[in-house]
Design a protein around this ligand. Structure first.
Ligand SMILES: [Zn+2]
Length: 230
């Protein structure tokens, strides 16, 4: 197996995986059944980042093509992320547990129930607005309106692109946890917005704090050096 690009969900970094970090095994179902021959591919990837080295495990079900006494991997039918259990990202910032929990559950539910996933995402977005911006509780749309003009213009554009997206805009008028019909694409869009806002708000704040601390350390050292010279 040659090298290929891969995104680690544990350290949230783009990586290049080579042969030794990748192991896969194949199980073929050849017994006569209602669906036809099937191939399951189980795959391990070990993150090459020396500070991470976490294993990821996934399974993929394919059609099995049998020609004579040879068999081939056919069309992909379904994939399952096993470890980590969903496509949820990890973030390099402290985010309140109830917000992360809603986000992780929204990611877990997306395949089985986009409707439940979107409801969790709306509650998560509302939780972020109340925690990070201390907005007054209201409809999600109203809560977003309260931070207009306060949030970074590019962040507001990301929010607007989801708000203006037809049905989602209307759905945001309702209370966060209400269950409404949702397409898988809409549910994914809400998860994408949560990820953007966590990075812009929580990760951004932590990075600004770190830079400030670095500056203070430098200026503090400068002051100490000057004191030593005198
Ligand atoms: Zn990693």
């Amino acid at each position: 197996m040659s090298e290929y690009p891969w995104h680690c969900r544990f350290c949230d970094r783009e990586q290049t995986v080579s042969g030794e970090g990748w192991q896969a095994s194949v199980v073929d179902l050849t017994a006569v059944n209602a669906d036809g021959p099937r191939r399951l591919v189980v795959q391990f990837v070990v993150c090459p980042n020396p500070d991470c080295r976490k294993l990821s495990l996934s399974a993929a079900l394919h059609d099995l093509k049998v020609v004579g006494n040879r068999s081939y991997t056919g069309k992909l039918i379904r994939t399952w992320p096993l470890v980590p259990p969903s496509s949820a990202r990890s973030f390099s910032a402290t985010v309140p547990a109830h917000i992360l929990e809603d986000y992780h559950e929204a990611c877990l539910a997306i395949e089985q129930s986009p409707k439940a996933s979107a409801a969790l995402s709306r509650r998560c977005l509302s939780g972020m607005l109340r925690d990070f911006w201390q907005v007054q509780p209201g409809s999600l749309s109203d809560e977003f309106r309260q931070v207009r003009g306060t949030v970074d213009p590019l962040t507001w554009e990301a929010i607007e692109s989801v708000r203006k997206n037809g049905m989602i805009g209307a759905r945001m008028e309702s209370e966060g946890a209400e269950i409404l019909d949702t397409e898988p694409g809409e549910a994914k869009m809400l998860i994408g917005l949560i990820e953007t806002l966590i990075v812009d708000w929580y990760v951004g704040r932590e990075e600004r704090r770190k830079r400030l601390k670095d500056i203070r350390q430098i200026t503090g050292e400068d002051a100490a050096e000057k004191a030593g010279e005198e």
